[in-house]
Design a protein around this ligand. Sequence first.
Ligand code: 9MR
Length: 575
Amino acid sequence: PPAYVPNTGPRVRVNQVGYLPYGPKRATVVTDAADPLPWQLADAAGAVVASGTTTPRGLDASSGQRVQTLDFSGYTRAGAGYRLTVDGQTSHPFDISGSTYDRLRSDALHFFYVQRSGIAIDDALAPGYARPAGHVGVTPNQGDTNVPCQPGVCDYRLDVRGGWYDAGDHGKYVVNGGIATYQLLNEYERTKTADVVRRGALGDGSLRVPERGNRVPDILDEARWELEFMLRMQVPAGQPLAGMVHHKVHDQAWTGLPLRPDQDPQPRELHPPSTAATLNLAATAAQCARLYAPYDRAFAARCLNAARTAWSAAQANPAVYASPSDGNGGGAYDDNDVRDEFYWAAAELFITTGQQTYLDALKASTYWSGDAFGSGGFDWRSVAAAGRLDLATVPSRLPAADRAAIRGSVRAAADRYLGTVRDQAYGVSITPDQYVWGSSAVVLNKLAVIATAFDLTGDRRYRDGVLEGLDYVFGRNALNQSYVTGYGEHDSHNQHSRIYGHQLDPTLPNPPAGSIAGGPNSALQDPTAAKLLAGCAPQFCYIDDIQSYATNEVAINWNSALSWVASFAADQRDG
Ligand code: 9MR
């Protein structure tokens, strides 16, 4: 028998949070029945308000289950506490509401505030999460205000305070900080470029951050916390490799759980610069230059200068790779193919400056005509899509014919990803082989591509695909699991984290509402998963246990994906 048998609840699987009145509404039923089954939708009072029959889908490879699907999109009346009944099983309750994603839009961003390093977390802003500033040089901390390099790497020390803790550890990585920052900045920039947006929803006063009331959109305040950190990671002028960016800063050795950041006694070390980290700064600092210009011209200018310096340094040092074995005390985030990072950085610099040199670099890139959208979407290691999406959506001096081709490539990728949502009986945007470390973000980043196709075309098939794809995240899946803390009847809340250690110490909190778990990972890359989940079908390779870092961690790049898609979905309330 398997070592762990999850409680998967009723066999009717729904989005436990809700459905938009004018969005798609589908559910999946686990059943051995071969023929279509009758289904009923009941309101909170138990009255049947809609009914129909299911569609058999056969054996689902992602779960190993026989399943059927049903569609109640035709029912549009808003309300709370609806339930579906099929095959003698009644689903968890859910809402039909235009505000289904409103709270998630801000909660998914609030996660970043609670993850901040270098600042005391204020109980008034984050009740239950107050803690002293982490890594500001107060004992027992040994950084991050005056951090030496690993032996032999450099002779100087840097003040690299601030930024966000990457995930459940206390490390801070420029590769990964980069994609998370990109995604928050793009979430903001989308409010200027897309048609269907709720203006002001990300503006000043929208988030629980200390900077609220400063007349700067709060999402920009949050992203700036990481930008300032990444800027500090740049090798100073006059030093060897000046302009390059240190790959990461973290503890010399792994610490145990739980451990509040301010109590971390480990020595901190700067790891060698890398071309990938340098280009992550070039790209995000170029975004910074255009987006902060209306609010803080000096900061925008500082960003542009850093972006240009980083670009030049990367060109002079195009193949400095982080070592895959540099994984003690922090993640490796290794990547030995930086053609996509060059493309992304060139794209952001070109959009911001309009300068020919960056267009030339784009045209020389393998990604100029090559496919930026792999079957696995995009992630911290594969970032060509980030550049491609921005070239498609942000006004620039790109020649019209080139822009048309780029937009066509976004639509083509969205069509492929949409095909997956349709093929999968759980409506998920990934194929059975794509349940990898951080699969939740693979799902969400594909949805972001589909969403961008909607922004470009207004074609509702794309919008509906995004909304249906989200249902998987909130419970329409083999485990009946909502992967977002505080959302749904059966939510992930024991994610791997040194801060949110409630499972190990009841005086500590669970992750804040709006924190997404990494999600099912067939490779079972931690001892807990390996022991308890051996032999699992892809969707079952997940456990809501704090020890399972390979299936159940929190991370900034996963929450940035959730945040982007949540913001898109919240904008779709009126149909
Ligand atoms: O998200 C990263 C995933 O793509 C890698 O497969 C995995 C192993 O290298 O590392 C993940 O990132 C982790 C990082 O290395 C350290 N901090 C926690 C990150 C999330 O688990």
